[in-house]
Design a protein around this ligand. Structure first.
Ligand code: X8Z
Ligand code: ZN
Length: 633
């Protein structure tokens, strides 16, 4: 998957844009991509001219497309069949993309003083900030980085926690899915939760030396491109200076933090009552293993504990899916149906024939959901291990957002084949899923038609639905922020490697308000227990998406003429609104995101007021429920 696109699955080269630091002079090109299919990058002009720049851009577009299509295909094969051979194959293809970048980016810099048409200028800028893992120019180091990256992700994908069976019986192994189910299940004891959490995190410890070397090589690559470190590169593709981007994140977090603290406060109180104050103290940090999710990023499992009106109606998609006997493909079909109701095209036959919807029984795969265009030319795929839960239902919509983005922009030049920024790419499917309202579910036959008695309790039912959503969307906010706060510090060296795990838990405490189940040490490496770290997928995009999806929803609902509260709006079936959204998707990354945002929403800045508006009724409920409690952490 492309990092760019790749962003949605692990990949080495992401496309992002805009720049704030000047590239270095061209690096030596001696050892470039000798392997199959990777010929040398365009020739450096002695005295660059506009005509040469035009030819260079055209050549980049052709050759990078070919290299990326090959790498993406190899990556997809690897992710759906983890073996040493597929890992090696994917690493070789990635190394070729890296080699191309090592040459092309410095060469692009030689055109920087020329007056160029807007699209050419933008292509050159996007090229410079596009690699997620830029390799050093040295061939051996590049190959080492590509191999390490494949290995890190492969280890995560196939990791299992094994213990001797009872009475000397056969070993019992549990994978991420099984361990996650222990954390999710209402019936698990405190000790079982602690055990499942510790077992999964133990699988990550051995990733530390690999990750340390990856950081070293990635930093070297970033420096060779003129960035202070890898984090500075990751903050650059946002059409604003990197420092301004970091300040934007602070601003948005400040907007939403008070609301998160209220939710945290209520949840902590209920958990403390459930488990006892000795296990879950009524003040301070919440032990992470009782939040229902391996990373405490989604607290949906806690809904029964904090339901505002337990005896009023609430949707239960997991049950509806089981009752109706919907299989994985049927769930994806329902998702596709939403997009086609907006006037978007049906998914191609090849999507249905070649996607991975369920976990294969006979081989190791990366189950973390991802969306792909394996040819960068409209050959879209979904890779998931769908089991039929409500979470799966939401994730399918998330991934289809990526897939429809691919379909809308796949005819653009390769460097424009990306979201307006990476947060946009992550936000589209989520924005659509916000239109999955109770009324929509009734229309789809996934919820019973409300009775007279239900209608009399509509306000209570609405609060229930908002609480369900908040446990997913609001609980996620600090998590979305902290992953890359940690990586930025680890990349820059502000957090020394000897304190990587300690620094991780300091951030978890400060931002998320959670604590580990047991004392941790530097022989642990807990960051690598989360997919995006071994897979080197930047994470701030999800924080942006958590904010942007509500902004998109608000704008689309306004365009649909919706009146009344935002949470009650569904754009299902509105082709005019769909055409408006499609126009945004078609732009890809061809324009700065601020322009794209303005076109869709009339706003030029990211703004958390939409998420706050959406949850306003719940906010009042939380105020009331937390009266008298000591909130904060
Ligand atoms: O990784 C994803 C998607 C693929 S882009 C399934 N998400 C983040 C995560 O799982 O941590 C979606 C929400 C956040
Ligand atoms: Zn995604």
């Amino acid at each position: 998957m492309i990092q760019l696109r790749l962003a949605f699955a692990p990949t080495l080269v992401a496309f992002v844009f805009a720049c704030d630091s000047k590239p270095t002079a061209p690096a030596p090109v001696a050892d470039t991509a000798a392997s199959v299919g990777a010929d040398t990058a365009p020739t450096t002009p002695a005295v660059p001219t506009a005509a040469e720049a035009e030819a260079f851009v055209a050549e980049i577009n052709t050759r990078l497309l070919a290299l990326k299509a090959r790498a993406e295909t190899a990556e997809y094969i690897k992710s759906t069949y983890i073996t040493p051979e597929t890992e090696r194959n994917a690493a070789a293809a990635q190394a070729d993309v890296m080699a191309f970048m090592s040459e092309a980016i410095p060469r692009a810099a030689t055109f920087r003083d020329l007056e160029l048409p807007k699209d050419q200028r933008r292509t050159l800028e996007l090229l410079r900030t596009s690699p997620t893992l830029p390799a050093p120019a040295d061939k051996a180091l590049r190959e080492e980085l590509a191999a390490l990256s494949a290995k890190l992700e492969g280890h995560y994908g196939s990791a299992k926690s094994c213990r001797p069976g009872p009475d000397g019986g056969a070993e019992i192994c549990r994978d991420l899915g099984q361990l996650s189910n222990v954390l999710y299940a209402d019936t698990s004891t405190f000790e079982e939760r602690t055990g499942a959490w510790l077992d999964w995190h133990a699988t990550a410890a051995e990733q530390r030396p690999r990750y340390a070397r990856l950081v070293e090589l990635g930093n070297q690559g970033a420096k060779e491109l003129g960035f202070a470190d890898l984090g500075a590169l990751w903050r650059s593709p946002y059409d604003m200076p990197a420092e301004a981007f970091a300040a934007e994140i602070d601003r948005l977090w400040t907007q939403v933090r008070p609301f998160y603290e209220k939710l945290h406060c209520l949840v902590r109180d209920r958990l403390s009552k459930k488990w006892g104050a000795d296990k879950v103290p009524p003040t301070g940090l919440i032990p992470t293993q009782v939040l229902g999710n391996m990373w405490a990023q989604d607290w949906g499992a806690l809904y029964p504990l904090v339901a505002p009106h337990p005896d009023a109606p609430a949707s239960d998609l997991t049950k509806a899916i089981a009752d109706k006997g919907l299989d994985a493909k049927a769930i994806v079909k329902i998702g596709e149906g939403f997009f086609t109701s907006l006037g978007m095209p049906p998914l191609p036959e090849s999507f249905w024939a070649h996607s991975q919807f369920v976990k294969p029984r006979d081989r190791e795969v990366v189950c973390h959901a991802s969306a792909w265009d394996v040819t960068w030319n409209g050959e879209v795929r979904l890779k998931m291990c769908i089991e039929g839960s409500e979470d799966d239902f939401v994730t399918v919509h998330h991934e289809l957002g990526h897939i429809y983005y691919f379909l809308a922009y796949h005819k653009l030049p390769v460097l424009f084949q990306n979201g307006a920024n990476d947060g946009f790419h992550e936000a589209i499917g989520d924005a659509i899923a916000l239109s999955v309202t109770p009324s929509y579910l009734v229309e789809m036959g996934l919820m019973d038609k409300p009775s007279e008695a239900d209608l009399a309790r509509i306000e209570e039912a609405t609060l229930n639905e908002l609480m369900k959503r908040a446990l997913d969307k609001v609980a996620f906010l600090p998590f979305g922020r902290l992953i890359d706060e940690w990586r930025w510090q680890a990349f820059s060296g502000a957090l020394e490697e000897s304190r990587w795990n300690a620094g991780w838990w300091e951030l978890k405490a400060k931002i998320q308000g959670v604590a580990p189940p047991a004392p941790r040490s530097e022989s642990d490496f807990d960051p690598a227990a989360k997919y995006h770290i071994p897979a080197s997928v930047p994470y701030m995009r999800y924080f942006l998406a958590a904010i942007l999806q509500f902004q998109f929803h608000r704008a689309l609902c306004k365009a649909a003429g919706h009146e009344g509260p935002l949470h009650a709006c569904s754009i299902y079936g509105d082709k005019e609104v769909g055409a408006r959204l499609w126009k945004l998707l078609e732009l890809g990354a061809s324009r700065p995101w601020q322009e794209a945002l303005a076109e869709l929403t009339g706003e030029t800045a990211m703004d958390a007021s939409a998420i706050l508006d959406y949850f306003a009724p719940l906010s009042a409920h939380l105020d009331e429920q937390t009266k008298g409690l000591t909130c904060g952490y």
